[in-house]
Design a protein around this ligand. Structure first.
Ligand SMILES: Cc1cc2nc3c(=O)[nH]c(=O)nc-3n(C[C@H](O)[C@H](O)[C@H](O)COP(=O)(O)OP(=O)(O)OC[C@H]3O[C@@H](n4cnc5c(N)ncnc54)[C@H](O)[C@@H]3O)c2cc1C
Ligand code: SF4
Length: 514
């Protein structure tokens, strides 16, 4: 019935409920809303803070440390890939860019054929997507709305004769400010913070912010306790207070990396698969320098995409091209340049445009351990090792080639790879791609889409949760309902897949609690 913050509890407490949900993002918020509106007593535990939108001051400097995991500093163990995820009531949906795709049918077919996924089908998700899309106002952008930055990607793709289409977004009265990544200041983004969490609370759910779940405890096949350590909201330091929740059903929804880490901290890893097959949609791109002002920080982050290279044959990694914004702090820290070169690049920012490309990891079928592997540091924090393969490296080259060509065709006078290496024509682009290094830590790579780590399936040897219900294979009363259950990457931006999946799986949680 309320949202509590860390400082509201001054002494250890033990609470009971029907359903305890760990994490309040895309998966957790949907489950909490569905169960609370069915008159179940729901407690949500969220490690991040509770930030109302009037606190979103539209600066990266203030909002990234507050709203992102590890204050925005998360990455793979070798620092080859920067990994960004949310940490707040509402989860990553508070900072995401609002692009919406349903899970492609071809991806679900791969799950069925190669990963033993039964029960969950495209057809079973359709009615759930229909409800969610209506509730979250998922609408297709119009060409008139596209900002200058995305227009370059659109024009470039069209000029090259490549596929280009407009994206769907979950927004209502969007003012196209461009600040989605640091929290929507006017609640136009239909994030979980302003939709499912308030609905869950109105229906009777209690949400505890600043409540980091350290571990779950078990007795045989039953999860008996959820142990959360509270933090001081202002400092994010441990407050010394422990909140223990005893629930009939526990739902883990901490997202990729964090949910497997929680299971590992709880010493739950019967088959050694927890944390394996973590996928990132590793993203790379190219920047174009234009004569006219582009202002790549104005307007919504993404309006357009191209499916041109989604299928490059089984031996090559597929990729999705999307428009992407440029913001000063992230751009300044991402591009490895120094001194005069950095100064010149930063001064050019208003005239830059970015085309992003994300790679479809998880489809190298012979490789059962493709992608990343989450383990724990001695302090119990997650560590992600991600394998940089020759397949991936070839994909990065092809992606940079495509993005540079789009920017050039879209009107740029000069284009830059992420290294950066510069080109003014197609031949020079080919030279950059042929000669620039694309090994781990030789080129900056970014991920905003963490998936997998608790793969679903029916084979208990190779999966962590049962794809027929999303119940953990080792428990009768533990479910995992977030982006960690995907056995491959999704090949499209994940949020709508997770919303549909959570809506579908809530039925099984409801049956289990009843
Ligand atoms: C910058 C950015 C832009 C993005 N843009 C898009 C986009 O345009 N479209 C799209 O589809 N997707 C986008 N995404 C990704 C998408 O938002 C996520 O994939 C999705 O929200 C993941 O949902 P989830 O339920 O798995 O986890 P999350 O939404 O990440 O929620 C997990 C929550 O659990 C909490 N938590 C974790 N561990 C614990 C613990 N031990 N105890 C308590 N709480 C815990 C976390 O703090 C977090 O709040 C973007 C992501 C980023 C970072
Ligand atoms: S672009 Fe739209 S949804 Fe994003 S922050 Fe601005 S108003 Fe909100």
């Amino acid at each position: 019935m309320a949202v509590f913050i860390g400082s509201d509890l001054q002494a250890d407490q033990e609470l009971t409920c029907d359903v305890c949900v760990v994490g309040s993002g895309a998966g957790g918020a949907h489950v909490a809303q569905r169960l609370a509106t069915q008159n179940k007593r729901v407690i949500v535990l969220e490690e991040g803070g509770f930030h109302a939108s009037e606190k979103f001051d539209m600066t990266e400097r203030n909002m990234v440390p507050r709203l992102y995991q590890e204050a925005g500093g998360r990455g793979t163990a070798d620092r080859s890939i920067q990994v960004v995820q949310g940490r707040a009531v509402g989860g990553t949906t508070v900072i995401n860019w609002t692009t919406c795709f349903r899970t492609p049918e071809r991806v679900m077919e791969v799950w069925r054929e190669h990963h033993g996924v039964e029960g969950l089908t495209y057809a079973s998700l359709v009615p759930h997507w229909e409800i969610v899309e209506k509730r979250l106002n998922v609408v297709k952008m119009t060409l008139e709305q596209v900002n200058k930055n995305n227009m370059v990607t659109w024009n470039g793709a069209k000029k090259l004769g490549w596929h280009a289409d407009l994206l769907h977004r979950n927004v209502k009265h969007c003012a196209h400010t461009g600040y989605c990544g640091v929290g929507c200041p006017i609640d136009a983004k239909q994030s979980m913070l302003v939709t499912m969490i308030p609905e869950a609370v109105r229906a009777g759910a209690d949400v505890y912010a600043n409540a980091w779940v350290e571990r779950i405890e078990r007795d045989g096949r039953k999860c008996t306790k959820v142990i959360a350590k509270l933090r001081v909201p202002e400092t994010d330091q441990p407050s010394g207070v422990t909140l223990t929740v005893k629930a009939k059903i526990v739902v883990l929804a901490g997202g990729g990396i964090n949910t497997p880490a929680l299971l590992l901290r709880s010493k739950v890893d019967a088959n050694g698969r927890t944390g394996m097959r973590t996928f990132l949609h590793p993203a790379i791109g190219a920047v174009g320098m234009h004569q006219e002002r582009i202002d790549p920080f104005v307007g919504s982050p993404q309006y357009v995409h191209s499916d041109q290279f989604v299928d490059r044959g089984a031996d090559k990694i597929g990729m999705l091209i999307e428009g992407a914004p440029i913001f000063p702090m992230s751009f300044g820290s991402f591009v490895p340049s120094f001194g005069d070169e950095k100064q010149a690049l930063m001064e050019l920012m208003p005239n830059l445009s970015l085309t992003g490309v994300m790679l479809h990891d998880g489809f190298d079928h012979p490789d059962r351990n493709e992608g990343g592997h989450v383990t724990l540091t001695p302090a119990g924090k997650p560590r992600l090792d991600y394998r940089w393969t020759s397949r991936l490296e070839e994909g990065f080259k092809a992606a940079v080639d495509a993005a540079m060509r789009i920017q050039l065709a879209g009107g740029a006078k000069q284009v830059a790879s992420p290294h950066p290496r510069y080109a003014r024509n197609e031949q020079q682009i080919a030279d950059v791609v042929a000669t620039a290094p694309f090994g781990a830590c030789q080129v900056p790579v970014f991920s905003a889409h963490v998936m997998g780590g608790c793969a679903m399936g029916t084979n208990e040897r190779w999966s962590v949760v049962d794809s027929r219900t999303l119940r953990h294979h080792g428990f009768d009363n533990l479910f995992v309902i977030d982006g960690s259950v995907f056995p491959t990457s999704l090949t499209v931006n994940p949020q709508l897949s997770i919303y549909g999946l959570a809506s579908w799986a809530s039925e099984f949680v409801l049956q289990a609690v009843a």
